[in-house]
Design a binder for this molecule. Structure first.
Ligand code: SAT
Ligand code: MN
Length: 599
């Protein structure tokens, strides 16, 4: 680490660091260079004070456990604010506070909060260090755990600082764990000032400011001004036996399987035939039109902050291999021989739960349902050789999806971009443990960005529509639902690796190589359009997965209309007209479905 006297060459950065130090009064300041030596020194300090606990180094070399404060285990949407000058610009999709009031409120919390602590200054780059699509920031924090995680999740250190000094601009992120008191906790965004202030939480999305705060909330605001898209999407490359790779970007709400889809292992028949899957990103995607009119995407992150429970050799063997070494686990349980453990692992017995107590089933799950692993993307065996391409990868298809136990078919294709934007805007999903609050409640989550869009959703829909212009060669848009349930409450579709069958149909639709049935909600595959060899699934399950119930959909589309109206005059007329078009098509849906040709 650079001693305090060796600040940066950029006056604006030094001045800001000085101002923050004057406010927070740390005992010392350390500029992080991102080096191995720095990481080792920090780790030693965290092991000494119990912030990290060593796991079994024979079975899990380089792996450590962090137990958070039990009241600090997820994002806190009700305490997350977008403080734009004008409330309308934040929109009804965000909690808002006047910027002056917000600064005053949170600065009062920051006042003197780093006394007795070290203040770390972390320059970081979101995206490949040499990519024109990347953007930089600096996070100041008093949490060494946050430093250790940011070092994995971003390009943190000297190279980022050099880029910041060259560009002269950066997103300012100020973070303190404060007292970890839920009553003294705020995650505030000031998009007009490219500033984030986060107090009172050490949890991922609240504290690793490069992730949701910068790459999505501030990023989406910048993207709108600069003509690109900052999205809550995984990016995956699908290579067919002919050696062609198509890249798919897919938006799902938190804890709905983005990491699993990004690391999918093809079913045996596909593997034997030569199909391969390449992981570019598992959570965030920045896309912009290239010279040829296609959308090109980068993953702004350098690591995965994935949900541990449910991850196993059967559900995600790639992730299991990725996290076998050099991984930080947060809030998992441990076995008698000190291996990390979570619900969904077929072997091992937890003896200590996520809070460090002797495991007792009466206390609930051994691992917290939102327990996580933090690991470098480079450790992933399916890490794409193009993941660091500075121009990004070309996107063939955009996929939206959520947890929908009923109504929504396994997959359908939007008829054009405008319809696709409606499909994304209308997305709904059951809530998960990734945020505090009730789990399993159906809510609209447009483009999986409800907690992350840094401005008015109405303006965001208009921004999406604006990409459809002459010369654009936009991806086709699809909707998937892996979570449809039968009357017995069981999932009808096996999911995981078998999802490649759906991705194959999606890619073939992009190439014009497979047919579909036209319905009022879009194009749905017929049974024969899907490649189902080697899959044990009964015909009635498949019928249900591919059915479109006009009555149920009429109610759904009416509800979507009310939802669009909730953004008032900011909702683009074009989107409302599209909703009316679909509603009218459903009203006429007595007519038998019409077959359409491939393409
Ligand atoms: O917000 S996090 O990035 O920590 C996890 C999530 O909800 O996606
Ligand atoms: Mn996410």
């Amino acid at each position: 680490m650079r001693p305090e006297t060796m600040a940066s060459k950029l006056k604006a950065l030094n001045d800001w660091v000085d101002d923050v130090a004057r406010l927070t009064r740390p005992d010392s300041i350390r500029w992080c260079d991102g080096s191995d030596a720095e990481a080792a020194a920090l780790r030693a300090e965290m092991l000494a004070d119990g912030t990290l606990v060593e796991l079994n180094q024979d079975t899990h070399p380089g792996c450590y456990l962090h137990r958070s404060n039990p009241s600090d285990v997820a994002r806190v949407e009700h305490l997350t604010l977008v403080c734009s000058k004008n409330q309308e610009d934040a929109g009804p999709n965000n909690h808002w506070m006047d910027p002056a009031e917000a600064h005053a409120k949170i600065d009062a919390l920051f006042d003197g909060c780093m006394q007795g602590r070290t203040m770390y200054v972390m320059p970081y780059c979101m995206g490949p260090i040499d990519s024109p699509l990347s953007r930089c920031g600096v996070e100041i924090t008093d949490s060494p755990y946050v430093v250790a995680n940011m070092r994995i999740m971003t390009r943190m250190g000297a190279a980022a600082l050099a880029r910041i000094e060259r560009e002269g601009t950066f997103v300012k992120g100020l973070h303190s764990i404060g007292e970890l008191d839920p009553e003294r906790r705020f995650i505030m965004h000031f998009p007009e000032e490219l500033t984030i202030k986060s107090y009172g939480s050490g949890y991922g999305g609240n504290a690793l400011l490069g992730k949701k705060c910068h790459a999505l909330r501030i990023g989406s605001w910048q993207a709108r001004q600069e003509g690109w898209l900052a999205e809550h999407m995984l990016i995956v490359g699908i290579e067919n036996p002919q050696g062609e790779t198509h890249y798919v970007a897919a938006a799902f709400p938190s804890a709905c399987g983005k990491t699993n889809l990004a690391m999918l292992i093809p079913p045996e028949g596909y593997r034997k035939a030569g199909w391969k899957v390449w992981t570019v990103g598992d959570d965030i995607c920045w896309m912009r039109p290239g010279k040829d009119g296609r959308l090109y995407a980068i993953n702004p992150e350098a690591g995965y902050f994935g949900v541990a429970p449910g991850t196993s050799r059967s559900t995600n063997p790639t992730a299991m291999e990725t996290i076998a070494h050099d991984t930080i686990f947060t809030n998992v349980a441990v076995t008698a021989d000190n291996q990390p453990w979570w619900e969904g692992l077929p072997h091992g017995t937890p003896v200590t739960d996520w809070q460090g107590r002797p495991y007792d089933a009466a206390n609930g799950p051994a691992a917290h349902p939102n327990s996580r692993f933090t690991v470098s993307a480079k450790q992933c065996p399916s890490w794409s050789p193009h993941a660091e391409d500075k121009q990004g990868v070309p996107i063939s298809a955009i996929v939206f999806g959520g947890r929908r136990p009923s109504l929504v078919p396994l997959v359908f294709e939007a008829r054009d971009w405008t319809h696709g934007v409606l499909v994304g805007a209308a997305m709904g999903s059951e809530t998960t443990a990734a945020a505090t609050g009730a789990v399993g409640v159906l809510r609209r989550d447009s483009m999986a960005m409800k907690p992350f869009c840094g401005y008015n959703y109405g303006d965001y829909f208009a921004h999406w529509l604006s990409f459809d212009k002459p010369g654009a060669k936009l991806p086709k848009i699809f909707h998937v639902n892996w979570f449809r349930k039968g009357d017995d409450g069981k999932f009808l579709w096996p999911g995981y690796g078998e999802n490649l069958r759906v991705l194959e149909w999606i890619i073939d639709r992009c190439k014009g190589a497979v047919g579909a049935q036209e319905t009022p909600i879009g194009h749905v595959p017929r049974k024969d359009d899907l490649h189902l060899d080697g899959l044990a699934i009964d015909g009635t399950a498949l019928d249900t997965l591919l059915e479109v119930d006009p009555m149920g959909w009429a109610a759904e589309v009416a509800d979507i209309g009310h939802y669009l109206d909730s953004f008032g005059a900011r909702t683009p007329e074009k989107l409302k007209a599209e909703q009316r078009r679909v509603a009218a098509a459903l009203a006429n849906a007595g007519a038998p479905a019409r077959k359409v040709a491939a393409g």
